[in-house]
Design a protein around this ligand. Structure first.
Ligand SMILES: *Cc1c(COP(=O)(O)O)cnc(C)c1O
Length: 360
């Protein structure tokens, strides 16, 4: 069996130990005689899997008790609508920070439900930086402030948590959740599609402060109401059971590896190696300002775009896969989430140096 280093932005690599455990338990989960896929979500086996996953996530992120954790479907994209539906709470507008493609999508969806005040946008810089706290122009009566801590496509990441006073802060953490410790108490809502830094696609994790639940706008479908999911422990309807189980295995794995402080150290080191390889050369470039560079998604261009195809071919021959940049950015993008081993980054850095020698 030859496993490759997959630099995909999502769905992305999973820890090999997690896949191995899933393989071992595939046909018979812990003597139940069933695969987790075949279990009733209301049976005691699956209930224990679900509860353990939540407990492990709570421990990993040190989630305070006044926050609910929901395991939903619909992706982060559904949260673009669920957030305004649940958080407007009688107000008519919300603040959004625009730092790139995913912010834009969140803004476009929110505009269907409320007046969006763009508190800051970095579009003039082609989304190559993040706004400072001083640059945020918060609305007078905003229901919440929404931002994207890590823009997966642009590779731009906030080096700080925006401050919005009493206004709940909402974060789309799809591509940065679990990459380092974060103070959950600073947020009203954190949401993340699972397929980047948690587990397989099909699961969306939502962490919501209790007092923000239960005041939806008129006409909100039940499935879009956080309260329906809170009241039923994310089992209002059939939840994505197998994905929930795999996410649980990933949480347990992260705990074994020393938790998020340990992940932060490794992730920072992986990113630093890659940015050093880019900055130390005249052949590779990354457009993002130093302080706003992402630990998770590292876009870079070659001095000659005609060599892109050659680079990708050589990379794939070495088992370094899915490095092609997003179609809107071009060049390369290396997504180096938790499950990307440091050896994968080392191999990429080595190829980059060697490639430059031959083609630079
Ligand atoms: C991938 C991604 C999304 C979209 O997630 P889906 O689960 O596909 O809806 C939204 N926001 C960010 C930051 C992402 O990286």
């Amino acid at each position: 069996m030859a496993r490759v280093f997959n630099f995909s932005a999502g769905p992305a690599m999973l820890p090999e130990a997690v896949l191995q455990q899933a393989k071992e338990e595939m046909l018979d989960w812990q003597g139940s005689g069933m695969s987790v896929m075949e279990m009733s979500h209301r049976g005691k086996e699956f209930m224990s899997i679900a509860a353990q996953a939540e407990a492990d996530l709570r421990e990993l992120m040190a989630i305070p008790t006044n926050y609910k954790v929901l395991f939903l479907q619909g992706g982060a994209s559904s949260q673009f609508a669920m957030v305004p539906m649940n958080l407007l709470r009688g107000k008519s507008g919300a603040d959004y920070i625009n730092t790139g493609a995913w912010s834009k999508k969140a803004i476009a969806e929110a505009k269907r439900y409320c007046k969006v005040n763009v508190a800051a946008t970095t579009e003039a810089s082609k989304f190559s930086t993040t706004p400072t706290q001083a640059e945020l122009e918060l609305g007078a009566d905003a229901a919440y402030l929404h931002y994207t801590p890590n823009e997966t496509i642009g590779g731009v990441e906030f080096p700080y948590i925006p401050e919005a006073g009493d206004v709940p802060l909402v974060a789309d953490m799809s591509s940065t959740i679990l990459s380092r410790p974060v103070d959950v108490s600073k947020f009203g809502v954190i949401y993340a599609g699972a397929q980047k830094n948690i587990g397989p696609a099909g699961l969306t994790v939502v962490i919501v402060r209790e007092d923000l639940v239960g005041q939806t706008i008129a006409g909100t479908p039940t499935m879009f109401n956080y309260a329906a999911h809170v009241e039923s422990d994310s089992m209002y309807n059939t939840p994505p059971t197998y994905t929930w189980y795999l996410a649980g295995l990933a949480f347990a794995h992260l705990k074994n590896k020393g938790g998020l402080a340990s992940m932060a150290e490794i992730n920072q080191r992986k990113a630093a190696k890659l940015y050093a390889a880019i900055d130390d050369s005249d052949f590779y470039a990354n457009p993002v300002t130093t302080e706003s560079r992402s630990w998770m998604n590292v876009p870079f261009t070659l001095a000659n775009a005609e060599l892109d195809a050659v680079f990708l071919k050589e990379a794939s021959e070495l088992g370094l896969m899915t490095l092609k940049g997003h179609r809107s950015v071009g060049g390369m993008r290396a997504s180096i989430y938790n499950a990307m081993p440091e050896a994968g980054v080392d191999a990429l850095v080595e190829l980059m140096a060697d490639f430059e020698k031959r083609h630079g």
